[in-house]
Design a protein around this ligand. Structure first.
Ligand SMILES: [Mg+2]
Length: 179
């Protein structure tokens, strides 16, 4: 099994309760997104920068909210990276090792802090939130380049309880998450 297979194996029962590929495939189908590598490369780039920005927390001001934001952006990055893998696979392409390694390192840092279970739960909530972007007519709302936009029923994910569970309501972010 190649790395690419891992991301597109939607039948895998190893990760029955946490299956990014199945979730993102559901999103792609619901939002009628045509296969595109360019779009997903753009999304990965956007989310990579959003996570980097979220991780640049001032150590004196690492509120639960700012740490929940790190968790949100990490889940976003896994979401669009999975979407990219699905679309690369569609065209018989593979990711570049350097880009995949960088993303893996960023996500590993976040998972090391919040724990696998909390990260999986954050991903589930981000997926539910993404699915809530459908328009009231059940149709997707899209940007010119195909990116899905938020419809009127959109509900953002709430992740602060996961951060509190991971390391309390007053503790500071471990040094290896930030900086
Ligand atoms: Mg984001």
């Amino acid at each position: 099994m190649t790395n690419t297979d891992f991301f597109v194996d939607t039948q895998s029962n190893v990760t029955a309760s946490f299956n990014p590929a199945a979730s993102v495939a559901e999103f792609i189908q619901a939002f009628e997104m045509p296969p595109s590598v360019d779009l997903w490369l753009t999304l990965v780039d956007e989310e990579r920068l959003e996570l980097l920005e979220a991780m640049a927390i001032d150590l004196t001001d690492d509120t639960v909210e700012s740490l929940a934001n790190v968790l949100k952006e990490a889940a976003d990055l896994l979401y669009v990276s999975t979407g990219l893998m699905i679309n690369l696979h569609h065209f018989g392409l593979a990711p570049t090792d350097a880009a995949a390694d960088e993303i893996l390192m960023m996500l590993t840092r976040v998972v090391a802090v919040v724990g696998e279970d909390n990260f999986a739960e954050a991903f589930r909530r981000v997926h539910a939130s993404n699915m809530s972007k459908l328009g009231d007519d059940g149709k997707p709302v899209r940007r010119e380049d195909g990116k899905v936009l938020k419809g009127p029923s959109y509900a953002p994910p709430v992740l602060t309880d996961l951060v509190v569970e991971a390391y309390g309501s007053t503790s500071h972010a471990p040094g290896y998450l930030v900086g």
